[in-house]
Design a protein around this ligand. Structure first.
Ligand code: ATP
Ligand code: MG
Length: 231
């Protein structure tokens, strides 16, 4: 399907993939969780499982319902949201805010898509974990929550680096993206355990790239039970 990172929900809105994202959107919009979930972190056990593509497409379909959405690119190691939304890499982004160089309003960019705004990573610095483990991140999320219905957060994978766990403790909910054929089920479960040790609220799992071993009608699955998804 997507050999490059694409907004499939925009250029192929009638495809099964776009439909899968809309089905996922329904789960988010009508979640039966007790607490209000406005900030959602997307992460995965290992690299390349489809976090960033899932973040971008989920944010677009949510915005299409009229909800105000802001993507926050917290992958300060391999950020790609600026590429997906065709923004200049040199634009000011999250790291500029975290370094105290500017305010939140200076880094929120329009995407050209109604209701959807974007905060890019900003310049890559040598200490991403330390930058993320600061009150400034909470300040950013708190401030953005007053400006939007949903904050959709992209992040690095859980097992190689600690960034996603740090972020997981600061958001309302977490979606674990599991790339079929990309990750062993045990690793996905280990990632879940890591997130739980920081009291991360795991909302569910997206099974991505399931085309590698089942029929193509199942590109994206959403499941609320991590153990079930891993088996
Ligand atoms: N369902 C899918 N079908 C085909 N290709 C996909 C699918 N999902 C993602 N990809 C492709 O896999 C690659 C990695 O996707 P993506 O960048 O979203 O992963 P990631 O988990 O964010 O990676 P990283 O850990 O490097 O941040 C991209 O080229 C993307 O287009
Ligand atoms: Mg990514």
């Amino acid at each position: 399907m997507m050999d490059v990172r694409t907004l499939v929900v925009n250029h192929s809105p009638k495809s099964i993939w776009a439909e899968a994202f809309r089905a996922f959107r329904t789960k988010i919009l009508h979640s039966k969780k007790d607490s209000i979930v406005k900030s959602i972190l997307f992460t995965s056990a290992s690299a390349g499982e489809g976090k960033s593509v899932t973040v971008a497409n989920t944010a677009v379909v949510l915005a299409q319902t009229g909800k105000k959405v802001i993507i926050l690119d917290c992958d300060l190691r391999k950020p790609v949201q600026h590429e997906i939304f065709k923004k200049r890499k040199t634009n000011r982004g999250l790291t500029n805010f975290l370094n105290g160089e500017c305010s939140i309003s200076d880094i929120v960019q329009d995407t050209g898509i109604p209701n959807l705004r974007l905060i890019t990573s900003g310049p890559i610095l040598f200490n991403p974990s330390e930058l993320l483990d600061s009150d400034k991140v909470e300040e950013a999320i708190f401030s953005l929550k007053s400006q939007a219905d949903y904050i959709i957060v992209d992040s690095p994978p859980v097992l190689p680096v600690t960034d996603a766990c740090i972020l997981g403790s600061k958001v309302d909910g977490i979606i674990l993206v599991v790339g079929v054929g990309k990750v062993q089920p045990e690793m996905a479960l280990r990632a879940k355990e890591h997130l739980e040790t920081v009291n991360g609220n795991i909302l569910g799992v997206i099974i991505n790239r399931s085309d590698t071993f089942v029929e193509q009608s199942a590109y994206y699955h959403y499941c609320e039970n991590v153990e079930k998804a891993a088996n």
